[in-house]
Design a protein around this ligand. Structure first.
Ligand code: KG4
Ligand code: ZN
Length: 338
């Protein structure tokens, strides 16, 4: 039996969640709208917003779960990777609470937690979650990884991006076209009515299971500059087709590597995770690929794809079972090493 509070503050969402015996009782998120004005997350503003949000967000998570704070068994928090000032706010809060309640502290790796998001709901409905070992394509704003997950605590990265992440490819493409940050959801929205075969963007030839997205971004930039020189209203006239074509190429780069990884590992339980897995084009193409390749496919519910604390609390649940605790002297890290 365990009741875990999870805290997530690695980027621009302040989030808290309570997990009882592997079941999520609450999942509260305060998004920070202020960054839209600046075209990207401003680290110092994110840290300040976390300080303002963290008390009310944790309080709401406890109230929604109907659990008094004195009943918590452990506090899990995002230790890495992320913005250092943002991570520090969550970590200091988690440490202070764990110290004052005299309960264990659990340090969680944000990218591993994205993978674990696929296991949420498994206690209630075991058939809705993957069995071990499974493959996971984790696609977020800062990372793009293919992970073999052998158990909640044994994961291996077998492919990753050598430059931009898939989320950055969406956000930077959107910036070229004009929509505000984060552009991923807007490309998704406009792509819904577009023709993805209309414009052709290159697929990089990267050996093995690694990815590269920086060439795509440059190709999009030159394409738009050339077309706009011919017709200043090119973007407005063709927005849906441009977005669909960009999205289609990002999705095909991701799924071609995932297909290769499934063949190489012989694993046929395959999952998506991370903010970009909220993308409808990716979700649909992934499901279709799974059908044709004979995979069993899994995608977390929308609220567990983008940054959230339920995935942190759920990872905390597994780490609690293994008594994998961290001392109060644990430090946060901006870098992604596992
Ligand atoms: O996992 P996440 O919420 O935060 C990080 O850990 O980075 O991922 C954020 C990224 C952003 O780049 C955002 O544009 C992208 O996920 N994203 C999307 C969609 N929703 C979020 N990209 C494409 N389509 C979406 N619907
Ligand atoms: Zn994330």
């Amino acid at each position: 039996m365990s009741i875990i509070l999870g805290i997530e503050s690695s980027c621009d969402e302040t989030a808290a969640s309570v997990c009882r015996d592997g079941m999520i009782l609450s999942n509260i998120i305060a998004a920070q709208d202020i960054h839209g004005r600046y075209g990207g997350v401003v680290p110092e503003l994110a840290s300040r917003a976390h300080i303002e949000n963290i008390f009310p967000v944790v309080d709401q998570a406890m109230v929604k779960a109907g659990i008094p704070i004195s009943e918590l068994d452990a506090i899990a928090f995002t230790q890495s990777p992320g913005l250092i000032g943002s991570l520090l706010v969550g970590a200091q809060f988690a440490k202070s609470l764990a110290f004052s309640l005299n309960i264990p502290l659990i340090a969680v790796h944000h990218m591993q937690a994205h993978v674990i998001a696929n296991l949420i709901g498994g206690i209630e409905n075991p058939e809705t979650v993957p069995e071990f070992p499974f493959l996971c394509l984790t696609v977020s704003g800062g990372h793009t990884q293919i992970v073999v997950c052998e158990s909640p605590s044994r994961m291996q990265v077998i492919g990753e991006t050598t430059d931009d992440a898939a989320g950055e490819a969406f956000d930077k493409s959107a910036k070229i076209l004009g929509p505000p940050y984060p552009g991923g959801p807007l490309i998704d929205k406009y792509a819904a009515t577009g023709n993805e075969a209309r414009f052709k963007f290159p697929e990089p030839q990267i050996p093995g299971l690694n990815f590269s997205f920086s060439g795509l971004k440059t190709a999009i930039l030159y394409f738009i500059q050339n077309e706009k020189a011919r017709d200043p209203e090119f973007i407005e006239k063709n927005l849906a087709d441009i977005c669909a074509s960009i999205q289609g190429r990002i999705v095909s780069i991701l799924l071609n590597k995932l297909k290769k990884a499934a063949i190489q590992t012989g694993i046929n339980q395959v999952c998506l995770a991370g903010g970009v897995s909220a993308n409808k084009g990716l979700r649909n193409a992934f499901t279709e690929l799974g059908k044709s390749a004979g995979w069993k496919t899994f995608i977390p519910r929308m609220e567990y794809c983008t940054d959230n604390a339920a995935m942190i609390a759920m990872t905390g649940y597994y780490k609690f079972k293994e008594q994998s605790f961290s001392p109060l002297s644990t430090t946060v890290s901006a870098r992604a090493s596992w």
